[in-house]
Ligand binder design. Structure first.
Ligand SMILES: NC(=O)c1ccc[n+]([C@@H]2O[C@H](COP(=O)([O-])OP(=O)(O)OC[C@H]3O[C@@H](n4cnc5c(N)ncnc54)[C@H](OP(=O)(O)O)[C@@H]3O)[C@@H](O)[C@H]2O)c1
Length: 295
């Protein structure tokens, strides 16, 4: 089976709206690789059987999206604990799975890489000397995406991270759980503390689904943010959220959510198809056009 086509896919429930097939399909074509990347709807009760039998499904690996990232971590921890990356272990969630040469399950969480790669590239394109040490990052939200963003900034060496969340206890729990990740001091806050927090923030990141098409708006007054602050949003439908628009109007550097989606796909493609792909302007334009058409 040396010439067998290598196949991967994204699994989730629901899965129809995933743009991962478009991203990987672009790279397969760009590199002339005879591979395939599809999407499969997998229910929670089917997940374990699916992951433990990837070859039977004709797959060399897969991406994992909502709501399976945490359960997939548990399944792989039981099946092959040595196959979990340090990042996966730090987050307790995985989004990229591949089989090694012995056919064992391996997994990583590439959301951290995806967010930070895009954040640093965007910020440094405008401010080349931007460095993380000494910075105070304010994260809105305390769910799975907040966990990845927090880990990214902690590992990059920021001084302080504050998690502001509607459910305060969840912010507290996240700060406690991830406290060993770097030198950063981690703090929890309720949403109504944001005006004070923003006055001392160097970076603001929205990791909630607020502001996404079909969701309630994110009502945050960003006027207290200092002039040098950077504002990031991981929502990418619409591409330019109201938060990013407001930040742009103030002349602040902004980082959108689409770049994270594109960059998190890079390590998986390399594992499955053997080539490290690039996030090109052409790929971005392709996915942007799809997002614009879709809403
Ligand atoms: N750009 C990318 O590549 C990328 C990657 C991953 C995720 N995302 C996006 O990130 C968003 C969050 O994903 P997730 O997996 O972190 O979700 P999650 O685990 O369900 O967390 C959702 C967070 O949003 C908060 N929230 C939801 N509705 C709210 C409301 N009405 N008012 C205030 N807070 C509210 C929740 O607060 P409570 O704790 O109080 O419920 C929680 O902190 C989604 O839109 C997802 O599409 C983007």
């Amino acid at each position: 089976m040396n010439n067998a086509i290598r196949r991967a896919c994204v699994i989730g429930w629901p899965i129809e709206h995933s743009r991962s097939p478009m991203i990987h399909g672009y790279w397969l074509k760009q590199h002339g690789i005879a591979g395939e990347y599809g999407k499969r709807a997998v229910r929670a009760e089917e997940l374990e059987d699916f992951l433990l039998n990837l070859p039977a499904h004709g797959l060399v690996g897969c991406n994992i999206t909502v709501p399976h990232k945490e359960r997939a971590f548990d399944i792989i921890r039981r099946a092959n604990p040595a196959g979990l990356s340090a990042q996966a272990k730090a987050l307790g969630a995985v989004n990229t799975v591949w089989l090694d040469e012995e056919g064992r399950l391996n997994a990583d969480n590439t959301d951290v890489y995806g967010f930070m790669a895009h954040f640093l590239e965007t910020v440094r394109a405008q401010r080349p000397d931007w460095q993380a040490p000494g910075r105070h990052v304010v994260i809105i939200g305390a769910g799975g995406a907040a966990r990845a963003v927090l880990a990214g900034f902690a590992q990059e060496g920021v001084a302080r991270i504050t998690i502001a969340n509607r459910t305060y206890e969840k912010a507290e729990r996240l700060a406690e759980e991830l406290s060993g990740l770097g030198e950063a001091s981690l703090h929890a806050a309720p949403l109504d503390a944001l005006p004070e927090l923003l006055a001392q923030a160097d970076v603001l990141v929205n990791t909630t689904s607020l502001g996404m098409t079909g969701q309630p708006p994110l009502e945050v007054d960003i006027s207290p943010l200092p002039e040098h602050a950077v504002v990031a949003d991981i929502v990418y439908v619409p591409l330019k959220t109201a938060l990013l628009e407001r930040a742009e109007r103030r002349g602040l550097i902004t980082v959108d959510g689409l770049g994270m989606l594109l960059h998190q796909a890079v390590p998986g493609f390399e594992k499955w198809f053997g080539v490290r792909p690039e996030v090109t302007d052409e790929l971005r334009a392709l996915v942007e056009a799809d997002i614009t058409r879709g809403h």
